[in-house]
Each structure stands twice: as structure tokens, then as C-alpha cells.
Write a protein that binds this ligand. Structure first.
Ligand SMILES: [Ca+2]
Length: 206
């Protein structure tokens, strides 16, 4: 009790000595928190101090032309678990398709004839996805029945350091359908899994 009365006396003395404190004491008595509002600058991505390099600087660059495969009808080999075919061109690297075994085949109907010159296969760029290789062949068609190889089977390295993405450039060609064939995935040396694609992109020629 002694302490309380001393505190009250001290507060009264302070207010008498410094009347300006009275204005601020109103808020304090209500128990509100006193905050200072600072308007943040508009920004579309996290700002990174110059001493921390942006990992995206090491990513394999992708064409800036339209990805004509995005959102188009897909026919895909059987999938594992919930990793269905529509995940492979929904525009999100967080969702992916995983085939049930090999060979794994995906055909995208571009719904029209496009002049194309590159494709890309993307996985989630998170480092949780450990480095792996996949063996990939690309084919094109005008009628969806007769396909021509435009990029022969080759082994591509996927690594979070380079964005977990690979790019396949080929001679400019016209196509209405694009087929991708994946025959191996080093992350699945046994037959428990299959091919994996977060996004299959087909780019219009410049
Ligand atoms: Ca996806």
C-alpha cells in the first residue's frame, strides 16, 4: 500500500512538473498500445540487401515469349497418387504430375497451330527437391496422330541451384500437338515412381 501511494504521489508530482505528459497519459490509462505508423514502400518482391546474391540470378533463363501449352488439354500416362496430369500445365510450379512408371508420355493439344522453338520442363524450385536427372524426348504433330521427333532423347540435369528447370531449344517448327516422352528419372532408380513435371512449357518462336 505504501508503494501504491508513493507511485500515485510520484505520478501527480510528475504531471505537475511536466503538464505535457498529461496528453499522453490518456492513452496509457486506457491500456492501449502506442504505435507509430510508417508507410511501407510499394514492392512486388522481397527486397534483398546487395550483400546477399539473388539465387534466381543463376536460374536457367526461359524464353519470354508466350507459353502456348499453359492450360491446354493434356493426355498423360497413368499418374501416381494425387499427382494428376492437369498439374503439369496449370501455371503453378507448386503442383506437379508424377507418372506411374516408365516410359511416361504426355501430349498437349495446343488448340491451334503455333510456330514454336523451345520447351521447358520445370520442377518446384525449392531446394527440398534434390538434384536429379530425367531423360526426355520431344515430338510434334499437326493432327495428333502422326508425330515427328524434334529433340532426341537426352539426359537433363534438374538442380535447385539453376531453378530446377531445363530448357530444350529446337529448330523453329509449326505444331498443333506437342508430346514429351520421359524414359528415366534418377530420383527413382527403382520402379516405385516415375517422371515428374511441375510445368511443361512450350514457347512460341520470337
Ligand atoms: Ca503445375
Amino acid at each position: 500500500m505504501k508503494l501504491k501511494s508513493f507511485t500515485a504521489l510520484a505520478a501527480a508530482a510528475l504531471l505537475a512538473a511536466f503538464p505535457l505528459l498529461a496528453a499522453g497519459s490518456e492513452t496509457a490509462e486506457d491500456g492501449d498500445t502506442i504505435v507509430t505508423i510508417i508507410t511501407a514502400p510499394e514492392q512486388t518482391r522481397a527486397e534483398r540487401p546487395p550483400c546477399f546474391p539473388d539465387p534466381a540470378d543463376n536460374y536457367i533463363p526461359l524464353p519470354e515469349t508466350e507459353n502456348v501449352a499453359e492450360g491446354k488439354p493434356v493426355q498423360a500416362s497413368l499418374h501416381n497418387d494425387v499427382y494428376v496430369g492437369r498439374n503439369l500445365n496449370d501455371g503453378k510450379v507448386e503442383t506437379y504430375w508424377e507418372s506411374k512408371g516408365f516410359p511416361a508420355e504426355v501430349t498437349v493439344d495446343l488448340e491451334g497451330v503455333y510456330t514454336i522453338s523451345a520447351a521447358a520442363v520445370r520442377l518446384n524450385p525449392s531446394a527440398i527437391w534434390e538434384p536429379r536427372t530425367q531423360e526426355i524426348t520431344l515430338l510434334i504433330s499437326m493432327d495428333g496422330e502422326s508425330f515427328t521427333e524434334i529433340s532426341p532423347a537426352a539426359v537433363y540435369q534438374f538442380d535447385a541451384e539453376t531453378g530446377n528447370r531445363i530448357r530444350i531449344d529446337f529448330e523453329t517448327a509449326e505444331a498443333a500437338f506437342v508430346r514429351i516422352l520421359i524414359t528415366a528419372n534418377s530420383a527413382y532408380p527403382a520402379h516405385s515412381g516415375g517422371a515428374q513435371m511441375a510445368e511443361f512449357c512450350v514457347y512460341a518462336a520470337e
